[in-house]
Design a binder for this molecule. Structure first.
Ligand code: SAM
Length: 211
């Protein structure tokens, strides 16, 4: 592991990330392989970075927070909405049994597919399309991670959560949102606020109107 990646792990620990399996996933995943060459020198900063098509790779500490909250045990089937660079997809691939991921922008989908293959992740299935309608074919999911912010919680994603399943989804305006934790148990759905966050917009049938 490079010194820069080691420093990122130190930053994550300083920011309160304690889950050893989450830290190990960061240790195993080379973030520089998921960002464009122009920002590669900043790959191990704890900041979001541009990845093209007006989108960003999220801040590592936000990824770590998502993964720590969901406290995976290893056998889960997980749906990710907003593949982006594919970095979080590969972090997830180290923590769960099967990852299903959806991206709506063709150029990002293609770049992420190559980066995920190069990283050697074998338990990832990818789809190009509108993630706000989910991926019914492989549902239900033990967890759903939404990496873009919409005006409300997309109902198809709630429907595709398994009993006992959990979803993290940013809900609010175009600039700022509240990260919501949605849990489903015995047919009952409960939603709690986790923290204020800033994500790029979630476009689609159950998100913001497509641009
Ligand atoms: N977690 C990603 C990573 O590690 O690079 C960062 C994702 S970026 C903040 C959000 C992504 O969500 C963008 O790539 C954007 O194109 C995608 N997105 C927005 N709306 C979407 C939708 N309806 N379906 C699928 N992807 C969507």
């Amino acid at each position: 592991m490079t010194g820069a990646r080691r420093r990122l792990l130190e930053t994550l620990r300083e920011k309160g990330i304690r889950d050893l399996s989450v830290l190990r996933a960061f240790e195993m995943t080379p973030r520089h392989a998921f960002v464009p060459t122009g920002v590669r020198h900043r790959a191990y900063e704890d900041s979001s970075l541009p990845i093209g098509s007006g989108q960003t790779i999220s801040q590592p500490s936000i990824h770590a927070r998502y993964l720590e909250i969901l406290a995976f045990k290893g056998g889960e089937r997980v749906l990710e909405i907003g593949t982006g660079s594919g970095y979080q997809t590969v972090l997830l691939s180290h923590l769960v049994a099967q990852v299903f991921t959806i991206e709506r922008i063709p150029a990002l989908y293609t770049m992420a597919r190559e980066a995920i293959q190069r990283a050697g992740a074998k338990n990832v299935s990818m789809l190009l399309g509108d993630g706000t309608v989910g991926w019914r074919e492989y549902s239900p999911y033990d967890a759903i991670l939404v990496s873009a912010g919409g005006p409300s919680v997309p109902q198809p994603l709630v429907d595709q959560l398994a009993d006992g399943g959990r979803m993290l989804v940013p809900v609010g305006g175009h600039e700022e949102q509240i990260l919501k934790l949605v849990t489903k148990r015995g047919g009952q759905v409960e939603t709690t606020d986790v923290a204020p966050v800033r994500f790029v917009p979630l476009y689609g049938t159950h998100g913001w109107e497509q641009q």
